[in-house]
Design a protein around this ligand. Structure first.
Ligand SMILES: [Mg+2]
Length: 255
C-alpha cells in the first residue's frame, strides 16, 4: 500500500509569516518590525490583527503571492510522490480572500512551485480526526498542537516542521513520539525512510526510533555558526605579490 501523506501549507511550504508582516506594514501604515509570529499576535493587538485579516479578505488572490521556503524541494516532493506512488493531500485552514476560492488559489500556487494536480483540502478543526478520516500515515505540520492532535487522535505519525531553533519545543515534540525537522529538504528523506519501513512493520507498533532518522547535520545543539551572538569580524584578503611576468623578465634580461 502506498504511503498517504498529509502536508500543511503555511509554515511548511509557504512563508506566510513574511507575507503577513508585509501586509501588516502596508495596511497599518506603520513600522511593525518585530512581529515574530503573526498567528499568535504577540506584537500586534487584537484590533490590528483583525484589520490585517480584513485587508487580506478584501485582497484579490492574496494567497497566490506567498513565497515558497524551498521551491526546489516542493518540486522534489512531487517527483518522489510520482515515483513512489504516494498519495499526498495538502491540508490548510486558510481563511478566504477575494478572488478565487482558497482551494483554487492554493492549487494554483502549488502547481507554480512544481507540484502538479495537487489535492487540497481546506478544513478547520482537529488534525487527529482529519488524519483518521483520510487514513493518513503521516502529517507534516509546523504547529506542535496539530502534531500532538495527530499522534493522540489517530494512528498516523507526525512530523513537526520547526524552522526556528527551539530546543525546548523540539524536546517536547520528540518526547511525544513526534519527529522534528528544520526544513522540507530534511523531511523528504524521513518520508523515504518511512516508505521503506512501513510495509515491513505494518500492524506492529512503530516507535519514533523505528521510522525517524534525523539527518546528521540536523543537530540543533551544534549550530553551524558557533558565534551567532557575536559575528566574526570581517577579514581582509591577504594581498599576494604580483607574479613576475616571464616575458617581462626576458625583456629585462635582454635589455
Ligand atoms: Mg501551518
Amino acid at each position: 500500500m502506498s504511503l498517504r501523506i498529509g502536508v500543511d501549507i503555511d509554515g511548511v511550504l509557504a512563508d506566510f509569516r513574511t507575507a503577513f508582516h508585509a501586509t501588516a506594514q502596508r495596511c497599518l501604515n506603520r513600522d511593525v518590525t518585530g512581529v515574530n509570529d503573526p498567528k499568535s499576535s504577540e506584537q500586534l493587538d487584537d484590533r490590528d490583527v483583525r484589520r490585517v485579516w480584513d485587508f487580506i479578505a478584501r485582497t484579490t488572490n492574496w494567497w497566490m503571492d506567498l513565497q515558497p521556503y524551498e521551491q526546489d524541494q516542493i518540486a522534489r516532493l512531487y517527483d518522489l510522490t510520482r515515483a513512489a506512488r504516494w498519495e499526498v493531500i495538502f491540508v490548510t485552514n486558510r481563511p478566504p480572500s477575494a478572488g478565487d476560492s482558497v482551494q483554487f488559489q492554493t492549487q494554483w500556487w502549488l502547481e507554480r512551485q512544481g507540484f502538479y494536480l495537487p489535492a487540497v483540502l481546506t478544513v478547520p478543526g482537529s488534525r487527529g480526526e482529519l488524519a483518521n478520516a483520510l487514513r493518513l500515515d503521516v502529517l507534516i505540520d509546523d504547529l506542535l498542537r496539530n502534531c500532538v492532535d495527530v499522534v493522540t487522535g489517530s494512528a498516523a505519525k507526525a512530523l513537526l516542521m520547526l524552522r526556528d531553533e527551539d530546543d525546548t519545543m523540539r524536546q517536547h515534540a520528540m518526547n511525544r513520539g513526534i519527529g522534528v525537522v528544520p526544513t522540507l529538504a530534511q523531511a523528504l528523506p524521513v518520508l523515504e525512510h518511512l516508505h521503506e519501513e512501513m510495509p515491513k512493520r505494518r500492524g506492529r507498533l512503530l516507535r519514533l526510533a523505528d521510522w525517524f532518522k534525523p539527518a546528521q547535520n540536523a543537530n540543533h545543539t551544534l549550530p553551524h555558526n558557533p558565534r551567532l551572538t557575536q559575528p566574526l569580524p570581517e577579514r581582509t584578503r591577504p594581498q599576494l605579490p604580483t607574479p613576475h611576468h616571464p616575458t617581462a623578465r626576458r625583456e629585462e634580461t635582454q635589455g
